[in-house]
Write a protein that binds this ligand. Structure first.
Ligand code: AVJ
Length: 387
């Protein structure tokens, strides 16, 4: 794909992905300004996929370089989890979701299967936004419910990985004729302000966030599923939730999937499966760095570690150097020496309580309207609205 700088690039892939009902070239979105700040119109027609890029390839590369430099030169060393997800990482994560030990995906699926119609009734949205959408599989349960209700008009998948987005968007377009797909390539910690139909907050609404009513067909349901919120540290979670809240108007809602605290043995097993898929997923971040930054990590030189941090209430994944070794990252002109036994953290996955979630949401200006779990109380889904 073309990479354009610096802000948003938009492209309508009408000819490639034209929907059955659309004819492919008449998307009124195409004429809008690149920040999507013209608000939602009542006339948007179903067409192909529109792509908003907030993260051009060059910027993504610079961001990876900065993260790796900071992570390898700090003590203890640490890499952020967002770089797991290249094509291989995406496939490995897909395999993780089907592992017997990895319960979150199945449990969340069960919650959404049981309660999608209630969710849709509570927020009869025209637009479903999905943050960190990946392959958008669970999304279909929500799309189906909104379609049954007759309110669904638009799907907005939001992800860092453009290839995944386009694939998922094309699948949805085929399965839901008449629904417009507007994909957003971005980092949900940085580019939330550019959701389609977002209020022009900078000028107007800072004094009364949430005060702009989401009239009728404009209503948005913003889903953040899978427990990905657990990848963020508490301060980053608060900032993220506040940023979401600032995008929500009256009538809009956030649907948050979050994993719950449980037996430590089950938690650790979910991140250290017997087939070694999670270990391969963990080491894959080293392959990404090797390829993108011309580094020479030997993947056999690092062992997978999963540990429960009770004080912080999160699972930590780490990579442990199995010998003294030296790694060169040529693109950064950096040599990193690892001691035998040294551990580098690669992910946190926080686990929550139902009360704790409600309190965190409230602290960010979000009132919980409904909260569901699976029968075993393994995983939670919370619906929250601007307070
Ligand atoms: C995609 C962030 C929800 O934290 O459970 C799975 C990622 N890491 N196994 C999680 C993951 C190891 C996953 N999230």
């Amino acid at each position: 794909m073309t990479s354009r700088t610096p802000a948003t690039a938009r492209e309508t892939l009408g000819s490639t992905f034209a929907g059955a009902a659309g004819g492919g070239s008449g998307d009124p979105d195409k004429a809008r300004d690149s920040n999507g700040s013209s608000g939602s119109s009542g006339t948007e027609g179903p067409t192909g996929i529109t792509v908003d890029r907030h993260l051009a390839a060059a910027e993504r590369h610079a961001s990876l370089a900065a993260d790796v430099r900071a992570g390898l030169t700090s003590q203890p060393r640490e890499l952020p989890p967002k770089w797991f997800y290249d094509a291989t990482g995406g496939l490995l994560f897909d395999r993780i979701t089907r592992l017997p030990e990895y319960y979150p995906t199945r449990r969340e699926h069960a919650v959404l299967t049981a309660h999608a119609d209630e969710i849709a009734a509570a927020c009869p949205a025209a637009t479903l936004v999905e943050l960190g959408s990946g392959t958008s599989e669970k999304t279909r349960l929500l799309l189906d419910a909104l379609r049954r209700l007759g309110t669904l008009r638009r799907f907005v998948p939001f992800d860092v990985d453009e290839a995944t987005l386009l694939q998922a968007g094309a699948d949805i377009l085929r399965a839901y004729p008449g629904v417009a797909v507007r994909a957003v390539v971005g980092d949900f910690e940085r580019h939330l302000g550019s959701l389609p139909g977002a209020p022009a907050r900078a000028s107007a609404a800072s004094a009364s966030p949430g005060a702009q009513p989401a009239v009728g067909g404009d209503r948005r349901l913003v889903a953040f599923l899978g427990g990905t919120i657990g990848n963020l540290q508490p301060a980053a979670r608060a900032a993220f939730l506040r940023a979401v809240r600032d995008q929500l108007r009256d009538g809009d809602a956030l649907l948050l999937g979050a994993d719950l605290v449980k037996d430590t043995g089950r938690l650790v097993a979910a991140y250290d499966d017997s087939a070694g898929v999670t270990a391969a997923f963990n080491r894959n971040v080293l392959s990404v760095i090797n390829r993108e930054l011309d580094a020479d990590f030997d993947l056999r030189g690092f062992a997978h570690v999963a540990a429960w941090n009770a004080e912080k209430s999160w699972i930590e994944m780490r990579l442990r150097s199995v010998r003294d070794q030296e790694v060169t990252v040529r693109a950064l002109d950096l040599v990193a020496r690892f001691e035998d036994g040294e551990q580098m953290r690669t992910e946190i996955s926080a686990k929550f309580t139902l009360d704790g979630l409600r309190a965190e949401l409230a602290a960010s200006g979000l009132a919980t309207s409904r909260q569901w779990t699976d029968p075993d109380r393994d995983f939670s889904v919370t619906l929250a609205v601007p307070d």
